[in-house]
Design a protein around this ligand. Structure first.
Ligand SMILES: Nc1nc(C(F)(F)F)ncc1COP(=O)(O)OP(=O)(O)O
Ligand SMILES: [Mg+2]
Length: 214
């Protein structure tokens, strides 16, 4: 799990400047290690359109052995037979969802020590901790937690794989890794750029450097 979390690209059609299939294909070429289909927000696809795009993105991931995770939508995750699901604190009962999805990957958002402890207890495989920095992508975020929140979780013996999320880019990812995260999750730092491949390869290079010089 930890190695997959290194560069976790999260995206939906509303986040992309161009065709999301092209964006993901380039991001995979650039070196992302995991993908989350998060079709959400103003103008997001629904129903059949959401399913069809999900299928196309999933097959790109499968062809490249990249775990394909669905955000929020458990039924879609099961219909696509996705590799896993990511849920937040308001998206349902983690232990019920764990029973529902069996051995699929279960990611849970956590903003503090109590939420992280609860997520571990109820069977999460990894936790997404944030927001690390200010973000314009998700409008209903909690207040900025910063990389120190990850450091605090590690100091309190939270050993589960952790990925930081929220406003992360090449310039500010190092403190997130140094705080003890196994990787970074991000949207705009790849999806909003004209060259997603170049963006992803620059990011994975900086992430690997951060681990080497820890
Ligand atoms: N989608 C996410 N992915 C991650 C990841 F693990 F990838 F880092 N961490 C956190 C979130 C946020 O999840 P949630 O709080 O439910 O909000 P939303 O459903 O709007 O994304
Ligand atoms: Mg959610």
């Amino acid at each position: 799990m930890k190695k997959h979390l290194k560069l976790y690209f999260v995206m939906g059609s509303v986040n992309c400047l161009k065709n999301p299939v092209e964006v993901l294909s380039e991001a995979i070429d650039g070196g992302i290690t995991m993908f989350q289909y998060r079709e959400k927000g103003k103008g997001a696809l629904e129903g059949e359109d959401k399913l069809q795009l999900g299928k196309k993105l999933q097959s790109l991931c499968n062809q490249n052995n990249i775990p394909f995770i669905v955000n929020d939508d458990i039924n879609l995750a099961l219909e696509l037979d996705a590799d896993g699901i990511h849920i937040g604190q308001e998206d349902g009962d983690v232990s019920k969802i764990r029973k529902f999805i069996g051995r699929k990957i279960l990611g849970v958002s956590a903003h503090d020590l109590s939420e992280a402890t609860e997520a571990v207890k109820t069977g999460a495989n990894y936790i997404g901790v944030g927001p690390m920095y200010e973000t314009k992508t998700k409008l209903d975020t909690n207040e900025v937690a910063g990389p120190d929140m990850i450091r605090q979780l590690r100091q309190n013996n939270i050993e589960i794989p952790i990925v930081g999320i929220g406003g992360i880019n090449q310039q500010n990812l190092k403190p997130v890794i140094n705080a003890g995260a196994d990787g970074v999750a991000l949207i705009s730092a790849i999806s909003s750029l004209k060259q997603p491949r170049e963006a992803a390869s620059n990011l994975i290079e900086s992430i690997n450097d951060s681990f080497v010089n820890e």
